[in-house]
Write a protein that binds this ligand. Structure first.
Ligand SMILES: NC(=O)c1ccc[n+]([C@@H]2O[C@H](COP(=O)([O-])OP(=O)(O)OC[C@H]3O[C@@H](n4cnc5c(N)ncnc54)[C@H](OP(=O)(O)O)[C@@H]3O)[C@@H](O)[C@H]2O)c1
Length: 217
């Protein structure tokens, strides 16, 4: 996959744990961050603007209109209402959200992926699933000093150019982008998320671990 090293204007819908960790790290790598929010009183938006003075904020549709790539980092259950009135004009929408159900189960009963639902709710976006298989701690800091290999970041989507943009951002953050195929593969990434979440949030392992991808020719 050819990577595009260009620095981009990125809009973030949702700037909590995941959104801020990614936006802050990407801003430090030279990208321009616009926080997309219609709520002037949002605590996470105010906190993000305070913690990184290089962020700006705009109404969600205005932020999308001027961004090259949009990140979705909201609670999954908010997605349908957030997305239904927005126009993406064919832009890349990186879906960082996970449908999580009771007992850390798949929130859509493993029948369909959350990302395929996001694509249904945002039909004029090019949806790519990425930045979901680890906790936000690893998006804030993707440096693992005892290893020469970069950690893997799996991505899935139906559009080649949208995946190339996403892979470029993944690489900029120090992960190895691994394209695992079309958006139908997102369901399996969501199960990988549940594996990580159960191991860390339920079973008490350190959140500062990721997976590596090794291939023999
Ligand atoms: N936490 C993790 O380690 C992790 C890792 C990978 C993926 N994920 C997934 O990433 C997503 C975000 O997780 P998080 O931990 O970052 O959550 P979070 O800290 O609760 O942040 C959620 C963000 O979404 C915003 N938001 C909530 N409802 C909204 C709505 N109706 N319209 C617009 N914005 C809305 C919140 O704004 P307000 O503050 O104004 O409510 C906040 O900025 C979830 O889908 C989660 O499953 C989480």
């Amino acid at each position: 996959m050819k990577l595009n090293p260009k620095k981009m204007k990125l809009a973030f819908i949702g700037i909590g744990n995941v959104g801020f960790a990614l936006a802050n790290n990407l801003q430090q790598k030279g990208h321009t961050i616009v926080v997309a929010s219609n709520d002037d009183h949002s605590e996470t938006v105010q906190k993000a603007l305070h913690q990184n003075v290089h962020f700006s904020t705009k109404k969600i549709q205005d932020a999308i209109d001027e961004a090259e790539v949009v990140f979705l980092a909201t609670p999954f259950q908010a997605n349908e209402s957030v997305l239904q009135s927005l126009s993406f004009h064919g832009k890349t929408l990186i879906d960082c959200t996970n449908p999580v159900g009771p007992g850390i189960s798949h929130g859509l009963n493993s029948v369909i992926s959350g990302s395929e639902k996001v694509q249904e709710w945002a039909p004029d976006a090019k949806v790519v699933k990425a930045f979901t298989i680890y906790g936000f701690e690893n998006f804030a800091n993707s440096h693992y000093p005892n290893y020469s290999q970069q950690p893997a970041m799996l991505l899935a989507g139906n559009d080649t150019s949208a995946k190339a943009q996403t892979a470029s951002l993944i690489a900029d953050l120090g992960f190895e982008p691994v394209d695992v195929g079309g958006l139908d593969q997102a369901l399996h990434l969501e199960h990988m998320t549940l594996l990580w979440v159960k191991r860390v949030r339920r079973d008490g392992h350190s959140p500062h671990f990721v997976w590596g991808y090794m291939q023999r020719d």
